[in-house]
Design a protein around this ligand. Structure first.
Ligand code: UDP
Length: 240
């Protein structure tokens, strides 16, 4: 059962469900596309239907952000919990470590992907770093060829939304990669450039507040979340 939030069709999967399905899919040798929309991403999808269709074409669509959980409550949907992109990435890395799998990191400012790769090697010594590339490029043909030749089990595409999901959608069938996930700022956290909120903030659903304290310039982006919830309320009102 999917929960339709302003046209984006969410799966009610936990982090563990998502990790399990993604790892199982590796055996099929087919590309497996995961997206983790937050309210900001759904806001883009409301305006941009091509992007909305790309999100809905993914193999798994998990709710990243407490705003999606609230939206689901408003419409009486199934979603009860967040399944944050970063936690899914961490879960997949743990499993790949057990299987001696490989990862390619694509995105972030120059040197961030490389530092993130080093940190992954330290934490998950059995994982093979298939390659890495920063996310500021004019021509991606070389990057595509590099990924193709490395055949990673996991490809993290961290270009921000909507670029990362559009890029995966346009290239996923030629990349020879297994699991592909639009992982945004996860690369900054993996590299240690940005810190994840302490556990207590995550438990209290206040991760957004921690991020705001650390990156006050996000206020403009975050101000759109209440507007998003009003849109959800308004749409529910129209349906009643
Ligand atoms: N980024 C990139 N190329 C671009 C735009 C952004 O590699 O053209 C990277 C940026 O450096 C950052 C990541 O995308 O590491 C995520 O950006 P954003 O802040 O939008 O994502 P969020 O934190 O919301 O997941």
């Amino acid at each position: 059962m999917k929960t339709d939030i302003m046209g984006v069709l969410f799966d009610n999967f936990t982090v563990a469900d998502t990790v399990e399905k993604a790892i199982q899919a590796l055996d099929s040798k087919k590309p497996f596309f995961i997206v983790t929309p937050n309210p900001e991403i759904v806001n883009i999808a409301i305006q941009n239907h091509e992007y909305r269709d790309v999100l809905n074409s993914a193999d798994i669509v998990t709710p990243d952000g407490i705003g999606i959980v609230y939206a689901s409550k408003i419409i009486g949907g199934e979603i009860k919990k967040r399944a944050a992109g970063f936690d899914i990435v961490k879960g997949i890395l743990e499993k790949l470590n057990e299987k001696s799998g490989s990862v390619y990191l694509f995105g972030g400012k120059p040197s961030v992907a490389e530092i993130a790769a080093q940190k992954i090697s330290e934490e998950f010594p059995a994982i093979k770093i298939a390659g890495f590339h920063h996310g500021y490029f004019d021509d991606d043909a070389k990057i595509i060829n590099d990924i193709k030749s490395k055949k990673p089990d996991l490809l993290l595409v961290c270009l921000g939304a909507p670029k990362q999901e559009m890029w995966i959608y346009n290239n996923k069938d030629i990349l020879n990669a297994g699991i592909m996930i639009g992982a945004g700022g996860s690369i900054d956290v993996l590299s240690g450039m940005t810190k994840r909120a302490p556990e207590i903030f995550i438990k209290l659903n206040l991760e957004w507040f921690y991020r705001l304290l650390n990156e006050p310039k996000r206020i403009g982006r975050m101000a759109k979340i209440p507007v998003f919830l009003l849109k959800v309320l308004f749409k529910r009102g129209l349906k009643k």
